[in-house]
Write a protein of this length. Structure first.
Length: 212
């Protein structure tokens, strides 16, 4: 037999399911679009305030003995058994509550079941917030890396502008040097013409030797 109980927008379901102590009434919520490790860590964090969970590796369960969860059983302590199962793009968290001699079931323990549903709904909210917080961190990292890339590009842009200014200054200096070079060429041509005349005079002097 399967019973669905709706709490707010999230559905908490009840089903008889086999666990380490046999086939017992279980309550579960399904968390979509979330990594297995995120749900497992969320459940561990969610349960910290009630005590320390222990693992039953053989049954692939976690459990807590004699813990007080007021919203479920008031001042009376309970044993909590839980299990995570991975499905397609979703995680399912199963919980069994031993009230002390019997497991909470809708027929005999409607008040406790109401508390269990609220308890699991609160976990669902907690897990979803964890997942979204992780997503936010990932997106903030992406944004930070993009901003770093932009900063590098802006720095490169400034370097390129400086390179252009240096190149322009070199061009300006080269233009000045070209003008000076042209003036120097003109002066040198004058020097060469003057020197040619000197050479011609010496040649004439050489040729005149012995002719007088």
């Amino acid at each position: 037999m399967m019973l669905s109980l709706v709490v707010s927008a999230q559905e908490v379901k009840q089903v008889d399911k086999t666990m380490s102590l046999g086939n017992k009434p279980a309550y579960y919520v399904e968390v979509n679009d979330i990594d297995k490790k995120v749900v497992e860590k969320a459940w561990e964090d969610y349960m910290k305030s009630y005590g320390k969970m222990k693992d039953n590796k053989k049954a692939k369960e976690s459990y807590m003995n004699q813990v007080s969860i007021p919203m479920i059983n008031g001042a009376n302590k309970v044993d909590v058994y839980s299990k995570q199962e991975e499905g397609k793009n979703q995680m399912t968290t199963y919980v069994w509550i031993d009230l002390g001699g019997s497991f909470a079931n809708p027929k005999d323990n409607p008040k406790q079941v109401e508390g269990i549903n609220q308890f699991l709904f609160d976990f669902w909210v907690f897990a979803k917030k964890k997942a979204v917080s992780n997503e936010l961190e990932d997106q903030e990292k992406v944004q930070k890396n993009l901003e770093k890339d932009l900063s590098k590009l802006e720095g490169k842009n400034e370097d390129l502008k400086k390179d252009i200014e240096k190149a322009k200054e070199k061009i300006r200096q080269a233009e000045i040097d070209i003008e000076q070079n042209l003036r120097d060429q003109d002066n040198k041509r004058v020097d060469i013409a003057t020197q040619k005349k000197m050479v011609e005079k010496v040649v004439e002097k050489l040729n005149s030797i012995g002719k007088q």
